[in-house]
Design a protein. Structure first.
Length: 96
């Protein structure tokens, strides 16, 4: 579980990032979860964009992604979700 100070630090790191995944009409599926999990291992911090044609609520999408990938939810802002998961091999981000 992330503390408030750690979330604030991660939000500042994620500010300049562009979303690399999009959740659309199909919602969150197993293949997408696998790809996001692999990307989290490589990057540790990433953004996921929720398209307007997505039928699910953004909080439900965030919950599905965090439970399926084992990541921590840093922030939901607008239609963008910021996820963090500590990498086992490519650790770059040092939390305060």
């Amino acid at each position: 579980m992330l503390t408030g100070k750690q979330k604030r630090y991660l939000r500042s790191k994620a500010h300049h990032l562009q979303p690399i995944f999009q959740v659309g009409k199909g919602g969150v599926n197993e293949n997408m979860s696998k790809q996001i999990s692999d990307a989290l291992e490589a990057r540790e911090l990433l953004k996921v964009s929720i398209l307007q044609n997505c039928d699910e609520d953004k909080k439900d999408v965030a919950q599905a992604l965090t439970s399926s990938t084992g990541a921590e939810l840093v922030q939901i802002i607008g239609h963008t979700i910021v996820l963090y998961k500590e990498s086992n091999e490519n650790k770059e981000i040092v939390l305060p």
